[in-house]
Design a protein around this ligand. Structure first.
Ligand code: BEZ
Length: 211
């Protein structure tokens, strides 16, 4: 069965570049990004992992733990990590999981047999502190992902969790947001005593809440 948004993220234990990781223990109390990459020593993956390492402070600021996963062997991860540092200017600073028998990849539907029978596609799962899947995206092997977009979605998800707001098309952190339809005008008046811009009764715009 596919893992869908709203589902509980499956737990697992795997070896990683930072030692054995029990997923639930590792992410306890945090948000998590679990992403698969097809193969070590490949060009697109090398750029993705280097860039993700450069975003360390951004993930930390948001209380997010990052984990990469491939079906390659742990021994190969270490050699490749050197190449990532050399070519991308950033050393790996998050665990790379070695899912050598592909069990976790299959559980998370990261292997799409009609694309490749054994390698993972580029999946990203954002998982909340409640262990529920909040975002799921999938790219083919030939297209590097946009990890700035992953951060943008995390900003939106965290605002929704904290303030019951949604974010409009192409929203960026700091821009106006939308009061979710589940919040009545009466409840909204308490939260936003300065009011909101009402384009339609279901389309109520407020400045992005701070704090
Ligand atoms: C890459 O990372 O460049 C790549 C990996 C697997 C298939 C194709 C490209």
């Amino acid at each position: 069965m596919a893992i869908l948004i709203g589902d509980t993220a499956p737990d697992f234990t795997l070896d990683s570049t930072e030692g054995p990781i029990h997923f639930y223990d590792y992410i306890e109390g945090f948000w998590a990004v679990l992403f698969s990459h097809p193969k070590n020593f490949t060009p697109v993956c090398t750029t993705e992992l280097g860039y993700t390492a450069k975003l360390k402070d951004e993930f930390e600021k948001r209380g997010v733990k990052v984990l990469g996963l491939s079906v390659d062997k742990l021994e190969d991860h270490a050699g490749w990590a050197k190449d990532i540092e050399e070519t991308q200017g950033a050393a790996l600073n998050f665990p790379l999981l070695a899912d050598t028998n592909g069990e976790v990849a299959r559980q998370y539907d990261m292997i799409h047999p009609n694309a490749d029978n054994s390698l993972t596609v580029r999946s990203v799962f954002v998982i909340g502190p409640d262990k529920k899947v909040k975002l799921k995206i999938e790219y083919p092997a030939s297209t590097g992902r946009n990890f700035d977009e992953v951060l943008r979605v995390i900003d939106s998800l965290q605002l929704t969790a904290k303030h019951q707001v949604a974010t409009p098309v192409n929203w960026k952190n700091g821009e106006d947001v939308i009061i979710v339809p589940a919040v009545s005008n009466e409840a909204a008046r308490e939260k936003y005593p300065e009011g909101w811009k009402e384009l339609k009764p279901y389309l109520r715009i407020v400045p992005q809440p701070r704090a």
